[in-house]
Ligand binder design. Structure first.
Ligand SMILES: *Cc1c(COP(=O)(O)O)cnc(C)c1O
Length: 358
């Protein structure tokens, strides 16, 4: 790393204002943030500063042409109180795959990881101690050129901020198979964690919610029969003892939770397949009494159990959560890794070190 990270600490921490037993998701932010600027063809001014507002030019290109990408990850505390991260290098690599697709500059992966260590070390007191709770970490990048016209921006900001989140007791979700709107197609931007993808998902989700569902199942393929994802999570099904998730086909986000689940299942000798999966196959399994589980997989909830899937007029009710083995095992495994209760045989857990700072 060529340049060190300059640190300006807050004069007075805000941590005393936080009720750690009752943390609203996504609304509480820790004391510091990491910021870097891209200009003249390179990343510069690596710094940690008090969390606070940016000023923004009205013509900032991110606001008009959507060069904006993000990551989402969690830092947690071991039972001994040591802060650690899970698979941080995967997030560093993925933000750069998103950057490449959106014609944005790569951010040095060593600086990404170093900045995480520095920021989380500094705000370690903000990591809630209870198993299942965590410090949510939001790295993101956006275009800052002050210019009207469609072209890649020549300047960008890269930021990481964090905020504590409580245990996520997601109640089982009711899903609608979306047959009109699409989230992504192969060759589109669905593999990037690009801001615009989420804007495009809001109307279909809103319409599904008006019909009484929680989220939509995104479909693709020439006849809208191929299952992609659920909401902003990857999706898994358990059919007759085999775990099946759609193969990444160019339209599906490469979830890190998804990747961890595939490896955990294989290691435990549980039959698991990443392949093309159609709604017809799920319907056939349901009618044969072989649709045992369905769940979403993502960093925020880890596992989000599916209670019901509606496909047109067909309402498929899934077995009660108490009867499910795979989804419960996977969530317990990840929560246990994060607290140190489960042995880290994959070297996914990275203890936070306090790096040399200026
Ligand atoms: C972030 C995200 C996921 C889950 O990825 P994780 O790395 O497991 O958090 C899945 N689908 C979409 C659309 C996402 O944005």
């Amino acid at each position: 790393m060529k340049q060190k990270i300059q640190v300006t600490k807050v004069q007075q921490s805000r941590i005393a204002e936080v009720d750690f037993d009752n943390i609203p998701f996504g609304r509480v932010f820790s004391d510091h943030m990491f910021v870097a600027d891209y200009r003249d063809g390179e990343w510069q001014d690596y710094r940690i500063v008090p969390f606070g507002d940016f000023t923004m030019h009205p013509a900032s290109m991110a606001l008009h042409y959507g060069q904006a990408i993000f990551e989402g990850m969690k830092a947690s505390k071991s039972n001994d109180g040591d802060p650690w991260l899970m698979r941080p290098e995967m997030h560093a690599a993925r933000i750069n795959r998103s950057a490449e697709r959106m014609m944005m500059p790569a951010f040095p992966e060593d600086v990404f990881v170093e900045a995480l260590h520095a920021l989380i070390d500094l705000d370690a007191a903000w990591i809630p101690p209870q198993e299942g709770s965590a410090l949510y970490v939001r790295p993101y990048m956006f275009a800052t050129d002050e210019f009207i016209g469609v072209k890649p921006s020549e300047s960008y900001k890269f930021v990481i901020f964090t905020g504590p989140v409580g245990p996520y007791y997601a109640k089982p979700v009711r899903l609608k198979v979306e047959q009109h709107f699409v989230r992504a197609v192969p060759g589109g931007t669905g593999e990037a964690k690009a801001a615009g993808n989420y804007a495009g998902s809001l109307l279909p989700a809103h319409l599904a919610q008006k019909e009484g569902y929680d989220q939509v199942v995104w479909m693709g393929g020439p006849d809208m029969k191929e299952i992609q994802e659920v909401g902003t999570m990857n999706i898994f099904f358990v059919i007759d003892g085999t775990v099946v998730t759609p193969a990444t086909d160019g339209a599906i986000l490469h979830g890190i939770t998804r990747d961890s689940f595939l490896k955990i299942l294989a290691e435990k000798g549980i039959p698991v397949e990443a392949r093309r999966l159609t709604i017809d196959e799920v319907v056939a399994a349901y009618k044969a009494g072989k649709l045992e589980e369905a769940f979403g997989a993502g960093t925020a909830a880890v596992v989000s159990h599916v209670a019901e899937i509606a496909y047109g007029d067909l309402h498929m009710e899934l077995p009660p959560v108490e009867d499910r083995k795979i989804g419960i095992m996977l969530k317990d495994y990840i929560d246990g890794l994060r607290s140190g209760r489960v042995e880290d045989t994959h070297n996914w857990i990275v203890p936070v070190k306090s790096p040399a700072l200026v």
